[in-house]
Design a protein around this ligand. Structure first.
Ligand code: NAP
Length: 291
C-alpha cells in the first residue's frame, strides 16, 4: 500500500513556487501579491488566513489582509472587492468564507474579477473548467489532481466513484476526473444522498474520492482490492490521549481500508495540506497572467 503523503507533496509544490518567485524577483519584477479579506472574527477563518500569510512569506510572495468587522455591510464589502479588483499591486485575492448571514456569498463571489479569483469560485472560472480552458481551479479539487499526478496514479480508463456532489468538492472533481487530459480520462460516477445501492457503486471503484462529510463512512468491506482512495473528509473526534483533546479522521475508516487499498491519503496529512499550496499556485498563475 502506498501512502499518498499530502504534506510532502504540498512541500514540493511550495518549493517549486518559491524558486519561481525568486526568479521573478531576480528579474526585478514585483513579487506576486495575494490579499485576503476577512469579515468578522470566526476563529477557524482567522487561523486559515494566518496560515496563508505564513505560506506567502515562506515562498517569497507579498500578502496582505483586510480585516473587516462582523457588522460590515454588503455594500462596504462590495466596495472593498471593487478596490482590490482595480488595484494593480494585487495579483489575486480571496474573500474568506463563510461570511456573516446578512451578506450574500454568491453576490460577493460574482463581484470578484475572474482574473483575480484565486479561490476559483467565480462562475466564469467554474465555466472555463467545465470547458477545459485555462482557469483558476478551486483549492480542494485542484489539490486532489495534483496528489494523483505526483503520486503517478494512473487514472485513464479507470472507474472513479465520487461520493458527494457539493459545489466545492464533489461536482468539480467529477468534471476534472473526466476531462480529456492527464490526469483525467476516467469514467466517473457521482453518488449523493439520493443514490440507491450506494455500496454497489463503491465496490466498483478503481479510484474512490470520498467527500460526503460522514465520519469514517467507508469501511474495508465496502471497497474492492487495490482501490485508490482519496479521503477529503475532516472530522474532529474527542480523544483525551491527545494534547488538543481531539484527533482528526476522514470519511474513510483509514486503518481498515488501507489494508485493501493500493494507495490512500491519510487524514490529517492527505488532501488538507494541498489547499494552501494550490492557492499559492493560483496566485503565481495570476501574477504571470496565465488565466
Ligand atoms: P457537503 O457540502 O456537506 O456535501 C456532502 C455531499 O455528500 C452531498 O452531495 C450529499 O448529498 C452527500 N451525502 C451526504 N450523506 C450521504 C450519504 N449517506 N450517502 C451518499 N451521499 C451522501 O460537504 P463538502 O463541503 O463537499 O465536504 C465534504 C467533506 O470534506 C467534509 O467532511 C468537509 O469537512 C471536508 N472538506 C475537506 C476539505 C479539505 O481541504 N480536506 C475541503 C473541503 C471539505 P446531497 O447533495 O444529496 O445532499
Amino acid at each position: 500500500m502506498k501512502l499518498i503523503d499530502g504534506k510532502e507533496i504540498a512541500n514540493q509544490v511550495k518549493e517549486e513556487i518559491k524558486k519561481e518567485v525568486s526568479q521573478i524577483i531576480d528579474n526585478d519584477e514585483k513579487a506576486p501579491h495575494l490579499a485576503a479579506v476577512l469579515v468578522g472574527e470566526d476563529p477557524a477563518s482567522q487561523t486559515y488566513v494566518k496560515n496563508k500569510e505564513k505560506a506567502c512569506k515562506r515562498v517569497g510572495m507579498i500578502s496582505s489582509v483586510y480585516n473587516m468587522s462582523a457588522e460590515t455591510s454588503q455594500k462596504e464589502l462590495l466596495e472593498t472587492v471593487d478596490f482590490l479588483n482595480n488595484d494593480p499591486e494585487i495579483d489575486g485575492f480571496i474573500v474568506q468564507l463563510p461570511l456573516p448571514d446578512h451578506i450574500d456569498e454568491d453576490t460577493i463571489i460574482q463581484s470578484i474579477k475572474p482574473g483575480k479569483d484565486v479561490d476559483g469560485f467565480h462562475p466564469v472560472n467554474l465555466g472555463k473548467m467545465m470547458l477545459g480552458q485555462p482557469a483558476f481551479l478551486s483549492a480542494t479539487p485542484n489539490g486532489i489532481m495534483e496528489l494523483l499526478e505526483r503520486s503517478n496514479i494512473d487514472t485513464e480508463g479507470k472507474h472513479c466513484v465520487v461520493l458527494g456532489r457539493s459545489n466545492i468538492v464533489g461536482r468539480p472533481i467529477s468534471v476534472l476526473m473526466s476531462q480529456k487530459e492527464k490526469p483525467g480520462n476516467a469514467t466517473v460516477t457521482v453518488c449523493h444522498s439520493r443514490t440507491h445501492n450506494l455500496e454497489e457503486y463503491i465496490k466498483q471503484a478503481d479510484i474512490l474520492i470520498a467527500a460526503i462529510g460522514k465520519q469514517e463512512f467507508v469501511t474495508a468491506d465496502m471497497v474492492k482490492d487495490n482501490v485508490v482512495v482519496i479521503d477529503v473528509g475532516i472530522h474532529r473526534v474527542t480523544d483525551d490521549t491527545k494534547e488538543k483533546g481531539y484527533r482528526l479522521v476522514g470519511d474513510v475508516d483509514f486503518e481498515g481500508v488501507k489494508k485493501k487499498a493500493s494507495a490512500i491519503t491519510p487524514v490529517p496529512g492527505g488532501v488538507g495540506p494541498m489547499t494552501i499550496a494550490t492557492l499559492l499556485k493560483n496566485t503565481l498563475k495570476a501574477a504571470k497572467k496565465e488565466v
